[in-house]
Ligand binder design. Structure first.
Ligand SMILES: [Zn+2]
Length: 44
C-alpha cells in the first residue's frame, strides 16, 4: 500500500501540480469578474 499524496486539482480532481489547475483558476477568475462587473443572466 502506497500512501503517496496525489496532487490533484481540488475543483475538478484532475492531476495538477497546483491545488487549482489553470483551467479551473481561469474559470473561477472569470466567474468572479463577471459577478463583480455585472450580472449576466438571461431573462425569461
Ligand atoms: Zn481543475
Amino acid at each position: 500500500m502506497t500512501t503517496k499524496r496525489k496532487e490533484v486539482c481540488m475543483l475538478c480532481g484532475k492531476p495538477s501540480l497546483k491545488s487549482i489547475c489553470d483551467v479551473c483558476a481561469q474559470r473561477v477568475q472569470s466567474e468572479q469578474l463577471g459577478k463583480k462587473t455585472k450580472e449576466e443572466k438571461p431573462k425569461g
